[in-house]
Design a protein around this ligand. Structure first.
Ligand code: HOZ
Length: 426
């Protein structure tokens, strides 16, 4: 029986863990069926507890850009572990990775490490509020910046997957300080500035949205956000948890040639260990404790194992001058193949892609914002997901999530994937 061991493990997990998972989308609730339990992974492949092999297009939701169990990261973590796993005191490696990250990313002087993308975005907003002495922020419908209270309003990702765009437990007081605009719609942003003069501390945005599926910024949207922030003394926060060190060495800032005031990281920067970070120019970062008044802290922040993994990952990315070209070529190859077979099979679809982030929407029109993304055909996606899974292709169990391409994928893997997509959509 397919997924036998996974089913048994899920039954057991349900007894002790809410929904059997530690992060909701993993439960497969929106696509139905039993989540597969992973035993191990190497390169482009994951193996479940029933020893079935999958070509992985989730890649831990982004971090495994060089493939699973990437040897330099594994070695760095093993070596560090032998010397102690946490000290709650400064270590040399924190400065090493900070120095490297600052050299790779435009427009930042200092960086602070935390444990997740959620923490990074939450801290960035607190810093922006403290720095500007204003309280309101603008976020975009369908963008997800982690599960901190201020962001769980019209959020994408898991919340959209379950049709609960906002979460109970977020107080009215918190919610009223989060103003909502539409992605790729400058007019909706301008209206908020007009109605809230001198009150907006920051705009936070995923420069390429990845939590309503992959949705690229259109025209000069990011440039126009930069301008309106400058005109209103508002800070522009790029949530580069997905795009950072993935779309280019310097992330979306480099790719689109737009500078943000604060940049948030997660995923790739930790090489698969729990790392987040936020970074900015000196005058903003020096507003943080212990120099400045804005408080932020953490026992496991800058943890030596996490820093060792992150450093090995960033060193590999920094020294590989062809990496981003290869990722672009592989993902473009996949995109062309998918378009070809879906067209031949008379499917109604839209494919969005930026670099190594890609999504298929079963929808006939362009997908430029959350409203468009939510019109995609859900039953069609569910079938597509399960058909692929059964044939060993592992994509995110939600059409609101992006596929993340890893450099470990070979062209044979991509051909196999395209062939399977052809078969299941015939
Ligand atoms: N919704 C998260 C990614 N956008 C899921 C993370 C996880 O389940 O690991």
């Amino acid at each position: 029986m397919l997924y036998k061991r996974s089913s048994e493990l899920f039954v057991e997990a349900l007894k002790y863990i809410p929904g059997g998972v530690n992060s909701p989308v993993r439960a497969f609730k929106s696509v139905g069926g039993t989540p597969i339990f992973i035993k191990e992974a190497k390169g482009a492949y994951m193996f479940d507890e029933d020893d079935k092999r999958y070509i992985d297009y989730i890649n831990s939701w982004g971090p495994m850009i060089l493939g699973h169990a990437y040897q330099p990261v594994v070695d760095a973590v093993i070596e560090k572990t032998k010397k102690g796993t946490s000290f709650g005191a400064p270590t040399e490696i924190e400065t090493e990775i900070a120095k490297l990250a600052v050299s790779m990313v435009p427009n930042i002087d200092k960086i602070r490490f935390v444990n997740s993308g959620t923490e990074a975005c939450m801290s960035a907003v607190r810093l922006a509020r403290g720095y500007t002495k204003r309280e309101k922020i603008i976020k975009f419908r369908g963008c997800y910046h982690g599960h901190s209270d201020s962001f769980l309003i019209a959020a994408g990702s898991g919340l959209s997957t379950f049709g609960m765009p906002s979460s109970p437990g977020v107080t009215k007081g918190t919610a009223q300080d989060t103003l909502l605009a539409n992605y790729n719609d400058m007019n909706s942003v301008k209206e908020l500035f007009q109605a809230n003069k001198n009150e907006i501390a920051a705009i936070i945005i995923e420069p390429v949205a990845g939590n309503m599926g992959c949705v690229p910024p259109v025209n000069n949207f990011l440039q126009e956000l930069r301008s309106i922030c400058d005109e209103n003394n508002t800070l522009l926060i790029f949530d580069e948890v997905m795009t950072g060190f993935r779309l280019a060495k310097g992330g979306a800032q480099e790719l689109f040639n737009v500078t943000a005031d604060i940049v948030c990281f997660g995923k790739v920067i930790g090489g698969g260990l729990p790392v987040g970070a936020f970074a900015a120019r000196n005058e903003i970062m020096d507003y943080l404790a212990p120099i400045g008044p804005v408080y932020q802290a953490g026992t496991l922040s800058g943890n030596p194992l996490a820093m060792a993994a992150g450093l090995a990952m960033l060193q590999a990315i920094n020294s590989d001058v062809e990496l981003f070209n290869r990722l672009e070529e592989k993902t473009a190859y996949l995109e062309v193949g998918i378009r070809k077979v879906l067209t031949a099979n008379n499917k109604t679809f839209t494919v969005n892609r930026v670099g190594s982030m890609i999504s298929i929407f079963f929808y006939e029109n362009a997908v430029e914002n959350y409203e468009d993304a939510s019109k995609a055909d859900t039953p069609e996606f569910k079938k597509f997901f399960h058909d692929l899974l059964e044939r060993g292709i592992y994509i995110a169990p939600s059409s609101y999530e992006t596929w993340f391409i890893t450099d470990a994928l070979s062209y044979e893997d991509l051909d196999e994937t395209i062939k399977v997509i052809d078969e299941v959509t015939k």
